[in-house]
Design a protein around this ligand. Structure first.
Ligand code: SF4
Length: 230
């Protein structure tokens, strides 16, 4: 991101979300398996300098692993005047590092710990753009804190999100495998932009209503988030 921020902004990208689960280099590497904290922070600062309309940090908090950094992460976002969203971990992909049911830090718990330092005021339910985060203002700060709560407060009924993978698959839901193959349309010699638009619109008819995540059972989706993209 450090290298590409200016170009992405120039190409018309308006907002970026950047995952940041820890501010401690060694822990960050453990949580991400290979990530370099310094590089990610440099990317965040480059995104701010490039003038995106919105820069947001996304953090997944796990009990016993990084739940002692909630306030540090909020402070980090406030110092830079950017938003931060806390996302309850979703059971995407098989993992062995922790038990998802035991490590879930719910949005309510996180909100309670943040409100020990900041006065939080709800900015209302997501309406218009139907984003999944429920935002709160933080007293005396430009930054907002959001909570994305797939377990404790399902928001699927508000969702209008779809994602395109690097392989051109239009994924219609994070918690299901329903998809449309846009690459096939793009590569077809006789297909035009109109065909592509038609394929996208037609795909909306099979967008699932909701996920069926069950923390106690096997993950329903074995696809990891890094295969999905944002
Ligand atoms: S419908 Fe699917 S993509 Fe939308 S919020 Fe629910 S799980 Fe996520």
């Amino acid at each position: 991101l450090q290298r590409m921020a200016g170009e992405l902004r120039g190409a018309g990208v308006k907002r970026v979300n950047i995952s940041l689960d820890s501010l401690r280099p060694r822990r960050f590497r453990q949580l991400t398996r290979h990530g370099c904290l310094e590089q990610v922070i440099a990317g965040i600062d480059a995104a701010i300098a490039a003038g995106f309309e919105e820069v947001r940090i996304n953090a997944v908090i796990l009990k016993g692993r990084n739940d002692d950094e909630v306030l540090d992460l909020v402070d980090f976002a406030c110092r830079r005047g950017i938003d931060i969203a806390f996302i309850e971990e979703m059971p995407l992909g098989r993992i062995v590092e922790h038990d998802r049911a035991l490590s879930l830090a719910s949005s309510d718990e996180l909100r309670a710990s943040i409100s020990r330092r900041y006065r939080l005021a709800s900015l209302g339910d997501p309406a218009g753009n139907a984003g999944p985060a429920r935002y709160y203002s933080l007293s005396g700060q430009r930054s907002r804190v959001g909570f994305i709560s797939p377990h404790s407060s399902n928001f699927c009924h508000l969702c209008n999100r779809v994602r395109v993978t690097a392989e051109g698959r239009l994924l219609l839901c994070l918690g299901n495998e329903h998809s449309a193959d846009l690459r096939a349309v793009l590569r077809h010699p006789r297909h035009t932009l109109t065909d592509l638009k038609r394929e996208i619109v037609a795909a909306m008819a099979i967008k699932p209503e909701r996920h069926h995540f069950d923390l106690a059972g096997e993950p329903e989706i074995v696809r990891f988030m890094n295969m999905t993209g944002g």
